[in-house]
Design a protein around this ligand. Structure first.
Ligand SMILES: Nc1ncnc2c1ncn2[C@@H]1O[C@H](COP(=O)(O)OP(=O)(O)O)[C@@H](O)[C@H]1O
Ligand SMILES: [Mg+2]
Length: 1079
């Protein structure tokens, strides 16, 4: 469980001065001191935070502390600046109220530190993210840049802000920073040229000289030596605990983060360097003939370097330091400057250069940090303005600064004291008035339009004629003489005539924070803030973009003869704007108090603190706070906010809001003294009561949230449940369908199986039955057939025995013969007559038929063969047949002749021209013509002779000449004799007594013996007039040679005696022919 803490826990003294008892100045200071001694630097007066400067770093700004204070109620923890920052930020974010944080206090009281702490806290607790972080970083980093250029070491504060700063931080509706706008107020520029003793010029000069690299310094034509520059005071150049070199790097880095370009940084540094150089320019008088002194630049080196830095023509600037041109109504008058005027001009230029540079920096930073969106935004303003200043020597600046503080006090009074009390009256709350000092009268003394000091100063400045600070003081003395807060020696009827603490050239104002003596010297000048036009024009001519921008009035085209508004006027205007701005916002106060004048820790100077407590009006603050009510709110928003705390007002209250609030408070049992009911508002005395309400509300909201959550969750769960249920039904339906389908399919397939088995079984059964039936039928048929067969056979046996055997036999034989013929037909031999092949017979009883058929086939084949023959071929074959009849088996020569065709005319007698005579001699057709050997009857030797045979005769003719030797008619030839052997001898025997037979028979020899004889025989056979020629075949026959009968005998000789047949006449009676035996 969360442990509730409170401001009251472990309290040192009292954390809230409102609780102080008894309330007196002493107890107030004691309380502050006690807390300060225990390092409790923050104390509340209600919602105002008093901050004591500890002058040492305390471990109370850690990130853990930030977390501790984050989102906690103001009074929950011990007083802290974070509590105020958190309160402001949350009411900005959650209640949409623009906030301003007003930090007041003397110089060195810790205002700037406080403003930084507030900003860093807000940065830490607001949104995160890349863009947001960038914006935060830029906002935070704008501080070091402005501090370098706008802060300086003073006797009161080593890091004193010499300008007023008001920064608006802009947030979106979520509370994320969007950007910011900085306004600056009156830089104390006199510091640039002169610093009071023990103080320094602005930090940046020292930072640049100590921190810049040698290279940078060379470029800027500077030396790392403070003593070389007139504008830098030397007695406190080095400040304890201030590292200028390191700070320079921080500043450069910050400038980069804020978004300065490298060339912009360079330009800025060039201007800073130029200011330093400017301070070193010195003048000397140069007497003129008219007796006046004219100023001249003493050593031109610095002038030259400065002109080089800024790109200004040296002669132009030099002239501007010696002459002054005054323009008035078309007239230009040039006057010379004396040395003092030249120095004045120089310093004015330096101050202007620097202060304009500073304003430019602020504008430039604003460009970077301004919000990028035009969306509606909420604003938190942080005001850190220079604190009240009382120096030994107070001038125009202090006057202005103190005026500003006076205004701030005014606004504080307005909003806290007067406003508060007035409200009580307005609301009709019973109220005892608390006395407090209202400084409106002092503000009026300064800013009144008619006779205010600033108005008179302006008047004096604009007045023609000689105007000096003294004339201004005179004026003041006359006009403000009666003012109770104005004191002056010269005031005629003044009670201060003998007040020696008040010098003649001074006036004193009783500020709310104390009396301040102002020396009038310089008031007029500073208010005029005069820069000779020649100088601004010289600056405008510079070849340096930044300088040109800073001196727009130097543009000759825009010469404005009207005087620029005075410094006092400008300041009054901007303070006015600021005040109006602050009044629109919800103020949060931090009142800073410095504990001692020595910037030392642990020292608590009572008198100093007491003084501050007094002039800050803190006691009055407490008193008002204690007498009054801590919190007020119109009835409507109050009821709206807390109505849930009471059943009667929740959720709606019908009736006036005030009654509702009363009912509500009564219901909550808030003690009557804690609340007051005003006309339109309820007032709550104690913050604790408010916190009680808030706590209750928070609790109630939590309960409500729980309730809403509960209902929402219930609704959500129910909706979800219903959806699930619906879905479940759908799913179940689908599933059931699926399950049923599956089951159905299973049953179906099982059924099919069972069915198939059953059917199979039935079918098999049926099949068996059918088979059995069929077998029975077959058996019956068979039995019937047998039975019928038996019956029939018994019936027909008698017929069968008589005829059937023969018929079967015939049929069988017929079948066999048919088969035989068909077989023969398919196996017929070829058609060649000499082919001996003949298929074998299948059955021996077919032998005869088979042989006969073979014979018939052969004859038929031969006939077919013969049918092909021609007549000639037939004749040839007839001849050959005849030859065979004559000689076959009788003569050994015959076989060799079978293959020789009977050609007949071997000599081609009719064609051969040689035998033409012979041919013509033979009148008949020549049947045969051949060369034969005619055996000499006497010696047996052969002579070749042509042998011609015709149908009627044969002719022997000389082979060479063709002369016919003998022509014998065939009827004279009776017979022919030949041997049985292979020789070709034949003897033609002639009819005895015929004319041809005179010389005897002819014995001839021919190779074609068989043909000759066959032809002779045929002729004889065909001739009707003669007898058939007789052919004798024997190895011994007789021939008739003339009268002699000679025996021709054929003997066989051995082949050794030569292969040829030889014929020899052995004697009268014998002619021996030896025929070699064939091998
Ligand atoms: N809360 C603080 N914790 C530590 N030191 C502080 C604190 N507030 C101020 N100081 C010291 O006091 C000095 C002056 O504070 P600063 O805020 O510059 O004063 P102011 O702005 O009011 O003139 C700072 O430089 C710092 O050293
Ligand atoms: Mg400051």
């Amino acid at each position: 469980m969360e442990v509730k803490t409170s401001l009251l826990d472990n309290m040192i003294g009292v954390g809230d001065m409102v609780l102080l008892e008894p309330l007196s100045e002493d107890s107030f200071l004691d309380n502050l001191k006690k807390r300060f001694d225990h390092s409790e630097i923050y104390t509340y007066i209600g919602s105002v935070v008093i901050s004591m400067n500890p002058y040492r770093s305390l471990p109370i700004y850690t990130p853990e502390k930030v977390e501790e204070y984050r989102n906690r109620n103001f009074y929950e923890l011990s007083p802290h600046i974070y509590a105020l920052a958190d309160e402001a930020y949350r009411s900005l974010r959650d209640q949409d109220k623009d906030q301003c944080i007003l930090i007041t206090g003397e110089s060195g009281a810790g205002k700037t530190e406080a403003s930084k702490l507030v900003m860093s806290y807000v940065a830490a607790v607001c949104g995160k993210g890349h863009e947001v972080n960038k914006v935060k970083e830029q906002l935070l980093q704008s501080n070091p840049v402005l501090e370098a250029f706008g802060n300086a070491k003073t006797v009161r504060n080593d890091n004193s802000s010499r300008f007023g700063k008001y920064m608006d931080i802009e947030f979106d509706f979520k509370g994320d920073p969007l950007g910011g706008v900085i306004s600056n107020y009156l830089l104390e520029k006199s510091r640039v040229v002169k610093q009071p003793r023990g103080e320094r010029n602005f930090h940046v000069f020292y930072q640049l000289l100590s921190g810049a690299s040698d290279d940078t310094l060379r470029k800027l034509k500077l030396d790392r030596d403070f003593s070389k520059y007139n504008y830098l005071s030397l007695d406190s150049a080095a400040v304890n605990g201030l590292d200028d070199a390191a700070n320079f790097r921080t500043v450069r880095n910050a400038m980069q983060i804020v978004g300065f370009m490298e060339d912009e940084v360079q330009s800025v540094l060039e201007l800073v360097a130029a200011v330093l150089k400017l301070g070193n320019i010195e003048f000397k008088p140069e007497s003129r003939c008219n007796g006046t002194d004219e100023s001249r630049v003493k050593d031109k080196n610095d002038l030259k370097e400065m002109c080089e830095l800024l790109g200004i023509e040296q002669s132009v600037l030099e002239r501007a330091f010696s002459y002054r041109t005054v323009e008035a109504k078309m007239e230009k008058v040039s006057t010379t400057l004396n040395v003092a005027q030249a120095y004045y001009a120089r310093d004015a230029l330096a101050k202007n250069l620097y202060s304009r540079l500073f304003s430019w920096l602020v504008t430039r930073i604003n460009e970077s940090i301004q919000a990028q969106t035009k969306a509606r935004h909420k604003v938190m303003g942080v005001l850190d303005i220079y604190g009240f200043e009382i120096f030994e020597d107070n001038s125009f600046e202090q006057f202005i600064i103190n005026y500003c503080n006076e205004k701030l006090q005014q606004i504080f009074i307005e909003l806290t004291l007067r406003e508060e009390q007035e409200e009580y009256v307005r609301e009709g709350i019973e109220w005892t008035n608390i006395e407090y000092f209202n400084n409106a009268i002092i503000c009026d003394l300064i800013e009144n339009n008619q006779n205010g000091i600033l108005a008179m100063l302006d008047e004096e400045c604009l007045r023609p004629g000689t105007v000096t600070d003294e004339t201004f003081l005179d004026k003041l003395n006359t006009i403000c003489a009666d003012h109770q807060h104005f004191e002056s020696r010269l005031n005629k009827n003044s009670k201060f005539l003998n007040d020696h603490s008040l010098p003649h050239n001074c006036f004193r104002i009783q500020h709310y924070a104390g009396k301040v003596l102002y020396r009038v010297e310089g008031f007029v000048d500073k208010n005029n803030d005069l820069l000779y036009r020649d100088l601004s024009q010289a600056m405008y001519k510079a070849n340096h973009s930044l300088i040109k921008q800073l001196f727009p009035e130097g543009n000759p085209a825009k010469v404005n003869l009207k005087r620029p508004p005075t410094a006092g006027f400008q300041f009054r205007a901007s303070v006015g704007t600021l005040m109006r701005n602050l009044q629109t916002k919800n103020p949060n106060y931090i009142r800073c108090i410095k504990p001692n004048d020595k910037k030392a820790s642990h020292i608590f100077t009572d008198s100093l603190v007491c003084h501050q407590v007094r002039y800050l009006g803190l006691m009055e603050n407490v008193r008002v706070r204690r007498a009054g009510y801590a919190f007020r709110q119109p009835y409507e928003p109050c009821l709206e906010r807390y109505k849930m705390l009471c059943k009667r007002t929740w959720p709606h209250w019908k009736g006036p809001a005030r009654d509702g609030v009363e009912v509500l408070m009564a219901d909550l049992q808030i003690p009557a003294e804690e609340i007051a009911y005003g006309r339109s508002k309820i007032f709550i005395r104690n913050p604790r009561t408010l916190f009680f309400l808030e706590e209750k509300r928070k609790q109630c909201l939590q309960d409500l949230a729980t309730l809403i959550q509960k209902i929402y969750r219930g609704w959500k769960c129910r909706t979800h449940f219903l959806l699930m249920k619906k879905s479940q039904i759908v799913v179940a339906a689908w599933y059931r369908r699926y399950a049923q389908q599956k089951k159905y399919r299973n049953i179906k397939s099982a059924t099919t199986v069972v069915q198939s088995y059953t059917r199979g079984w039935q079918a098999r059964k049926l099949l068996r039955e059918l088979k059995y039936q069929k077998r029975c039928e077959e058996a019956v048929t068979t039995i019937a057939a047998f039975w019928h067969g038996t019956q029939v056979r018994r019936e027909y046996r008698k017929f069968f025995r008589a005829n059937a055997g023969k018929k079967i036999y015939d049929f069988t034989i017929q079948r066999i013969i048919q088969k035989y013929f068909l077989g023969l037909k398919s196996n017929m031999p070829s058609m060649s007559p000499i082919d001996k092949k003949w298929p074998a017979r299948p059955y021996s009883f077919l032998d005869g038929v088979h042989t006969e058929l073979r014979k018939i086939f052969h004859h038929w084949r031969c006939k077919k063969y013969r049918d092909q023959f021609t007549e000639e071929k037939k004749a040839v074959y007839e001849e050959k047949l005849e030859a065979s009849e004559i000689f076959k088996g009788k003569k050994a020569l015959y076989p060799s002749s079978v293959s020789q065709p009977f050609k007949g005319d071997y000599l081609e007698i009719s064609k051969n021209p040689k035998y033409q005579k012979l041919n013509s001699a033979v009148d008949e057709k020549v049947l045969l013509a051949d060369v034969v050997n005619k055996i000499n009857r006497a010696n047996g030797k052969g002579t070749p002779r042509i042998f011609l045979l015709t149908k009627k005769n044969f002719v022997l003719a000389d082979q060479k000449t063709g002369q016919v030797k003998a022509s014998i008619p065939l009827p004279d030839v009776t017979s022919v004799s030949v041997s049985t052997q292979k020789d070709g001898f034949f003897a033609l025997k002639l009819k005895e007594g015929s004319a041809s037979a005179v010389k005897g028979d002819f014995l001839l020899s021919s190779e074609h013996l068989i043909e000759i004889i066959t032809k002779l025989h045929r002729i004889g056979a065909t001739a009707a007039d003669r007898e058939k020629l007789k052919v004798d075949i024997s190895d011994e026959f007789l021939v008739q040679f003339k009268q002699d009968k000679v025996c021709v005998k054929f003997i066989q000789s051995s082949p050794k005696n030569g292969n040829s047949v030889s014929c020899k006449r052995k004697n009268n009676r014998l002619l021996e022919v030896s025929v070699p035996t064939s091998p």
